[in-house]
Ligand binder design. Sequence first.
Ligand SMILES: Nc1nc2c(ncn2[C@@H]2O[C@H](COP(=O)(O)OP(=O)(O)O)[C@@H](O)[C@H]2O)c(=O)[nH]1
Ligand SMILES: [Mg+2]
Length: 206
Amino acid sequence: MDCAPWSDPPVTYVPATVTRSAKIVVAGGFGVGKTTLIGSVSEVKPLRMEEPITQASAGVDDLRGTPHKTTTTVAMDFGRIHMAGGSLALYLFGLPGQARFQPLWEDLAEGALGCLVLADTRDLDASHDALGLLDSGGIPYAVAINTFPDAPGYPEAELREALALDPYTPLTTCDARDRTSSLHALITLTEYLTEHRSAAVLETPR
Ligand SMILES: Nc1nc2c(ncn2[C@@H]2O[C@H](COP(=O)(O)OP(=O)(O)O)[C@@H](O)[C@H]2O)c(=O)[nH]1
Ligand SMILES: [Mg+2]
């Protein structure tokens, strides 16, 4: 298992400007780009727990959309960024996409202020496990369609219907490989959390 040791350079400490922090989880189906998004935005070396995909996943994990994917996240991804002029630190936890990891999912989502759900229009049904768990856990979320080159585009109304989103749930697009685009998706989520949830719940870091 590839767990990057904490002491590996570059070590980047939380900037002195940070006055608030929040735990954010990134969810979505297998191969939708969760590990990629956390890696593209994190200002610390992301902690990854990837294992090679083995024959045991044949017929279980759907590789149709990402045929070159050779590893899968077996526990979580972790990264950190700061935003809002440097005052807010987000601790990002990527959740495993497969429903069989649900017990782990619930532990990792504990205490999360919100969730960015990644979706792929080639398989929108793969998002339903995550959306259902978030709804039942009462965790607010925004959805970002990760735009793969051969993925079909749909009007927003159709996407909202297919994903059964509430009218006020933010829906945006991103390219998980691109830092600016991924940051935009995270800003969409944090603006929603700030507008619709009390900003006071953002914790002050120790
Ligand atoms: N073309 C394209 N490929 C992507 C994008 N995001 C992720 N990928 C690729 O899709 C594969 C699956 O991504 P990964 O982050 O491992 O998915 P996860 O299972 O959700 O963590 C990887 O090979 C990525 O390089 C994207 O926005 N565009
Ligand atoms: Mg992953």
